[in-house]
Design a protein around this ligand. Structure first.
Ligand SMILES: [Fe+2]
Length: 292
């Protein structure tokens, strides 16, 4: 994206991701899976933490304060307990490496790790990371001028929004199984269905806990506007989770979601994914189509 066609104010701190390491990693990611590009770890970069400016740190604190107070009563208990377990704090942008890093606290819980990447990963590279229990993580943070909305992931979305759930063993298993299934599936029919499943769970999922609907999807968790809208608006159709029905539902990315799916538990999601993965693995081994 060039400065001319971007859809937000301010500029990203490109010093964090530019340079030979970032360019080499992005180039590798763009070719991952082709002959000569088998090693997914080559898409990772270091976080270069000293590159964050004071304004970047302030942006994190503002976002954290604004969202965590609301989430304390409206986010899934699994999310909130995960955020405590990985020691997510308001005072500084999370470290991915070193003794204070989220990875240090996450490793003994589920084995998941967050790995810095230079930017957008093609689907197969993204799935290959998940299959290894590694979460590709954007390290730049949105410009302070665009604090309410950035049309692409940043570290607030990726760490604050996604990573606390990786501390939960059930969600952790689900996400790895998802990555393994998506990595081996080449059938466009199932690729589209898997993308919808990711969208309506990992990104925009709701869950019922103690009789109340709570947030867990990262797109909701990290969005001050849509987190409230998703729970309170009468324009949102909150449907019971059913994997086939989710996979049949198309979505659009540029407005608040009019349809959301509500889990009864993360075990429900894990078990549904396990059944779907078994079906996909069987189909891949026999090379037979699993749909008409
Ligand atoms: Fe996301």
């Amino acid at each position: 994206m060039t400065e001319g066609d971007k859809k937000y104010a301010g500029s990203l701190n490109h010093a964090m991701i530019d340079g030979p390491e970032g360019h080499a990693a992005q180039e590798y990611a763009n070719h991952f899976g082709e002959p000569g590009y088998p090693d997914i770890t080559k898409v990772y970069i270091s976080q270069r933490y000293d590159g964050y400016t004071e304004e970047n740190q302030e942006t994190w604190r503002i976002l954290y304060d604004r969202q965590m107070e609301f989430l304390a009563t409206h986010a899934s208990n699994v999310y909130l307990s995960g955020a405590r377990s990985i020691k997510l704090v308001r005072d500084y942008i999370p470290y991915l490496e070193g003794p204070k890093s989220v990875n240090t606290f996450l490793a003994p819980l589920t084995g998941w790790q967050s790995r810095a990447v230079p930017g957008y990963l093609p689907a197969k590279a993204f799935f290959a990371c998940l299959a290894r229990r590694e979460f590709p993580t954007t390290v730049v943070i949105r410009p302070k001028q665009s604090i309410d909305y950035l049309p692409e992931p940043d570290i607030f979305h990726d760490i604050f929004g996604h990573v606390p759930l990786h501390a939960d063993p059930v969600f952790a298993d689900f996400l790895q199984t998802y990555g393994q299934a998506a990595l081996l599936t080449d059938d466009p029919y199932h690729t589209e269905r898997l993308a919808r499943l990711f969208w309506f769970t990992v990104e925009f999922g709701l869950i019922r806990e103690d009789g109340r609907i709570k947030l867990y999807g990262s797109g909701l968790i990290s969005s001050p506007g849509e987190s409230k809208h998703s729970l309170t608006s009468d324009k949102v159709d909150r449907r019971p989770f059913d994997l086939d029905r989710v996979c049949d539902t198309s979505f659009e990315i540029d407005h608040y979601q009019p349809i959301l799916y509500v889990l009864e538990s993360f075990e429900q999601l894990r078990d549904a994914m396990n059944r779907y993965a078994t079906q996909l693995i069987d189909a891949a081994s026999k090379k037979t189509p699993t749909h008409a």
